[in-house]
Design a protein around this ligand. Structure first.
Ligand SMILES: O=C(O)CCC(=O)C(=O)O
Length: 275
């Protein structure tokens, strides 16, 4: 079934700086990603060094996984399955149209304890581009007062605002998606209960916005167009405009090789701005 994001939801995103979509993952996607999150945790913590590249592990004896970056570089199948889902293509269609691209894909394990606290920051303080967004896919419930995503209302419009006293929090259920404008000032305080709240973060923008912002190279941007080409080859046509077909490269090589090249050609991202 086609997934729709309507004009009211887009207006709400523009005003509030975020949009909450409920119950978006299918039960089989939720279970496959939870299984994979457990696999990442086991593999990355059983030896002295993490097994997968770009994993962040805390602790000496009792090791815990905090982040697995570059998910696309290590699980091609699950990545393409998630990003060819109707909900993700609806986000690409409505937020960007032709030229939409994924930029980065990481998993965050939010756990009990001070070291997992996320300080107030903006992911990207873009100035020239129209839009950079972060799509948070929740694999676990995030309950009130338990280390939820917090944000400062209107901070995506008032870049110099450093006052966080009027923060609000967003609760979520496993399978929900929370999209935020990457200029939104946000944080998450210490989680109070045991067990990880896992969220996959997929950063997105468009070819024109990335080039307009001017931080990353044409090659870096083209590699992400190829990533989008792979997604569209996987997706059903009625979830995106068939007129986009010419706008992305047709990829004939093995997707795993493509993703390996993508991760290899990494560049410094636009730095987050902490207050
Ligand atoms: O999901 C959260 O608690 C926020 C994570 C976050 O903002 C980050 O990892 O930069």
């Amino acid at each position: 079934m086609r997934f729709e994001i309507n004009n009211d939801q887009m207006r709400s995103f523009q005003n509030e700086g975020y949009l909450h979509l409920s119950n978006v993952l299918t039960p089989s996607q939720l279970s496959a990603w939870n299984d994979y999150a457990t696999h990442l945790e086991i593999e990355n913590t059983k030896s002295d060094e993490p097994f997968y590249p770009n994993a962040a592990v805390f602790g000496d004896r009792n090791k815990k996984l905090m982040r697995q970056n570059d998910l696309h570089g290590i699980n091609t199948e699950l990545t393409l399955d998630l990003l060819s889902s109707p909900f993700w293509l609806a986000i690409a269609r409505e937020f960007f149209g032709e030229g939409a691209i994924p930029l980065q894909m990481d998993m965050f394990y939010k756990r009990e304890g001070r070291q997992y606290e996320v300080m107030w920051h903006r992911d990207v303080l873009y100035m020239k581009a129209n839009r950079f967004i972060n799509v948070g896919v929740y694999l676990d419930d995030s309950n009130a007062g338990d280390g939820c995503f917090r944000y400062v209302p209107n901070s995506h419009k008032e870049y110099s605002n450093k006052n966080t006293s009027n923060w609000m929090e967003i609760t979520a259920k496993a399978g929900d998606v929370i999209i935020h404008d990457m200029r939104l000032l946000h944080s998450s305080p210490e989680k109070q209960t045991s067990g990880a709240r896992k969220t996959i973060y997929i950063e997105m923008s468009s070819v024109r916005d990335v080039l307009l912002e001017g931080h990353n190279s044409t090659n870096w941007t083209e590699a992400r167009s190829r990533w989008m080409g792979l997604i569209l080859q996987r997706a059903l046509n009625d979830h995106w405009h068939s007129s986009w077909e010419g706008g992305y490269p047709l990829i004939l090589s093995d997707p795993t090789i493509e993703f390996a090249k993508l991760v290899e050609s990494s560049e410094e991202p636009i730095p987050a701005s902490y207050i």
